[in-house]
Write a protein that binds this ligand. Structure first.
Ligand code: BGC
Length: 437
């Protein structure tokens, strides 16, 4: 019924790449006309806030790309808000494919022991972060594509949660088939659920910790693998259940606690190169405020030699977006990733304060309780803000309502630039409206 797993996986990923706007097909950072067109207005912003209209100040969206949360279509109005507007994130499809492959490779390498009850069915459960977030959607698709459990809807793999799927009959997924050493196994997504708490916060680690308890009581030793859209939820499930039961658990983000847990049986994680993303988030602001080519210190060395190589990021000019590339972190290499808040060495040299005077930036984290953003991303931003001579005001949201954050952007005139992490990817206009007033 199914072709070779590798083949169906490649096809499925190609489809999902196409569906998501194909960020991987972009070229590396270039000085295309749009990107090179740093605004004159920005270079005039020499004092805090200055006389530049708020609507003309540099604006960087990060981590949550302005887009339609149902279709994934990019919100190009928000991405082109002004000449100095960009998005900084990571390549969600490349990372998702890596995560899926990492899980599949682990299963194959441990085929003699993975099937805990020996029934020939390799069962996994999946913690979904946010059904309307493109990172989460891509990861669900990537895992299903690699394991052969994905079902296509309108040319892309269905990323809906299945609830429970004890008999393999749920229509959002299908049973996959894996052949190793002449033996054929079934791979089944036994359960999956969006981890949203009652207050509405998504990617919720505590919810995942509870869910694994429920799943373990229904499925017991049918669960052979635990997969999560991120490490926050993955570690919560690992600590609540899988560590003790020695069930490999896979996450995403390479948060320090997850990397350390690989020594104790956590299966693996993906680094989304937060060290490169945090740099890019502040670097494009620095460049825009300096009135220099946007590629400075990115694809082109700056005056102190900071530069990124093209194996760690891509720039897609049409999407006005910088995407860091992902790396799998497993038992083979985790020792290189133990400090998740260390700045990336090739871009770690302090800028001269005379040539690059202090500027002030308003930056929000959509949910102060988000494991990845608070334990990895923000500490990195705080390391880079010093190196780039930016005085950043960090605002932590509640992860539930945009108003909780926008209420704290009451005086944008005080700042030279803005870096925004939305609660919902559809809501860019709530911010740009404030900057346009
Ligand atoms: C991270 C998640 C995080 C989310 C927040 C994702 O890229 O992998 O851990 O919760 O961003 O928006």
């Amino acid at each position: 019924m199914k072709k070779a797993l590798a083949l169906s996986m490649a096809a499925a990923m190609a489809l999902s790449l196409a569906a998501c706007g194909g960020s991987t097909s972009s070229s590396t950072a270039s000085t295309d006309s749009a990107a090179a067109g740093t605004s004159e207005a920005a270079s005039e912003a020499s004092t805090e806030g200055g006389t530049v209209a708020n609507k003309d100040k540099p604006l960087v969206w990060f981590n949550r790309q302005p887009s339609n949360s149902s279709t994934g279509e990019l919100d190009m109005t928000a991405l082109n808000f002004n000449a100095n507007t960009y998005y900084v994130g990571f390549d969600a499809n490349q990372g998702a494919e890596l995560q899926g492959t990492m899980v599949l490779d682990y299963i194959k390498a441990h085929i003699d022991t993975i099937d805990r009850n020996g029934d020939g069915v390799i069962g996994y459960v999946l913690a979904i972060g946010d059904i309307g977030h493109n990172d989460s959607i891509a990861r669900t698709r990537g895992v299903r594509a690699a394991l052969g459990t994905g079902v296509e809807v309108d040319g892309a793999i269905n990323s809906d949660p299945v609830g429970t799927n004890a008999d393999g009959k749920q229509s959002a997924v299908q049973d996959g088939t894996l052949e190793v050493n002449g033996k054929t196994y079934t791979i089944r997504e036994l359960a999956s659920q969006e981890m949203k708490n009652s207050a509405g916060a998504t990617w919720d680690a505590a919810t995942a910790g509870n869910a694994i308890g429920t799943w373990a009581s229904s499925f017991g030793d049918q669960i052979d693998v635990v997969v999560s859209n991120n490490d926050g939820m993955g570690m919560s499930m690992f600590n609540a259940w899988s560590k003790e039961n020695q069930v490999p658990t896979f996450g995403y983000d390479a948060n320090a606690d997850a990397v350390a847990a690989i020594a104790e049986g956590y299966g693996g994680t993906i680094s989304q190169h937060a060290d490169v993303q945090a740099y890019l988030t502040l670097r494009v602001i620095r460049n825009a405020l300096d009135g220099v080519d946007i590629d400075t210190g990115i694809g082109t060395p700056d005056d102190v030699g900071n530069v990124l190589s093209d194996d760690v990021y891509v720039y897609n000019a049409d999407e006005r977006s910088y995407y860091a590339l992902n790396v799998a972190v497993t038992a083979d290499n985790y020792q290189d990733f133990t400090d998740s808040t260390k700045v990336y060495a090739p871009v770690s040299t302090q800028l001269d304060a005379t040539a690059h005077p202090t500027k002030s930036v308003w930056l929000n984290i959509y949910n102060a309780a988000d494991n990845f953003l608070s334990a990895t991303y923000q500490p990195l931003l705080q390391n880079y803000d010093d190196l780039l001579n930016l005085k950043v005001e960090y605002i932590g949201g509640d992860g539930q309502t945009e108003a909780n954050i926008t209420n704290r952007l009451s005086n944008p005139s005080q700042y030279d630039a803005f870096a925004i992490n939305m609660v919902k990817t559809d809501n860019a206009a709530s911010y740009t409206a404030l900057l346009s007033q």
